[in-house]
Design a protein around this ligand. Structure first.
Ligand code: ZN
Length: 85
């Protein structure tokens, strides 16, 4: 079994980084909800990315394909910038 490293993505806010409440990655609303974004496999390491996303944005992402597409681009860019993957 390869190990899975979980990484949370959220907007910077006044909240501590280790806390379970963070700013929604889309609209900055404080939320405890995360949304499984994607799994990236590098060599034998798995990286699981979870995005903090409030319920309103989450339902919008499910309904609007265009919004989901744009949101994915922002997430990918963030992952690339911060983790180089
Ligand atoms: Zn939101």
């Amino acid at each position: 079994m390869s190990e899975v490293k979980e990484i949370d993505i959220f907007k910077k806010s006044h909240l501590p980084k280790e806390g379970w409440l963070q700013a929604c990655f889309n609209c900055y609303t404080i939320t405890s909800k995360t949304y499984y974004y994607r799994m990236i496999l590098i060599e034998d390491k798995k990286y699981k990315f979870n995005v903090f996303c409030c319920p309103q944005c989450k339902s919008r992402l499910y309904k609007e394909k265009q919004t989901l597409y744009k949101f994915s681009k922002v997430c990918d860019k963030y992952i690339y910038t911060h983790y180089g993957i």
